[in-house]
Design a protein around this ligand. Sequence first.
Ligand code: IPD
Length: 263
Amino acid sequence: MAPAELRDLAIDIAREAGELARRRRREGVALAATKSSLADIVTEADREVETMIRARLAAARPQDGFLGEESGEGGGTTGLTWVVDPIDGTVNYASGIPLYAVSIAVAEGTDPERWTVLAGAVHSPVVDEMFSAARGEGARLGSETLRVTQDWPAGALLSTGFGYDPSTHAGDLATVGRVMPIARDLRRGGSAATDLAYVAAGRLDGYFERGLQPWDYAAGSLLVEEAGGRFVRPEGPEVGRRLNLAGSARLVAELEQRILHNP
Ligand code: IPD
């Protein structure tokens, strides 16, 4: 399958998954568990939506591998891995804040630090926005072509996120202090996949966050790159918590310099 066909499959499944998530939210949300900390929750809908996505992928692409936030890994024989966050922005979802998204990507390879993402879709069901990309084919919102911003005369509109582990908060706040001199303003939306989609769409100029998981950024990273931007994950002083940066090449270089090299 060509990347464009993989993208179209991701779009179809993401739309169906988004409808299911939204329906379940209307019916009420039950927490299924907390994971690493009290803030790192999983709802019953996260599990149900991932199960649905996994079943749809197993039917359409039975030989491909799978990596999902809630159900872990499943091997494959084609060298392709589907990388799935059924509800990115679970805390928003559980709290009734409509900013959450289904994120589905397919990558060539199994190692997130080396793989090549071929296609992806990020679907925000409440506002019915479908962001998608296929490698070499560009990034789109619906049928509209996306471009990252190249200039931010009034300062960069940035977004970030904070890890769920309270011991990381002081470091993350220090990082915010380092980038504010070049910021017009800062957002903390609560869904990394949506943040990256918004960078691709030029709604945000840039994004920085430490310590994302592959399912948080796989689809969004391709959206940014196919919209003419850069997504990078440089190592910083915090072992095991890479810095994720997105935006134009110039803004990413500036953010990396400020955060990692020239505090
Ligand atoms: C989280 C969101 C949040 C980001 C966290 C992620 P989840 O994903 O993307 O914006 O700050 O790092 O873990 O847990 O809602 O799927």
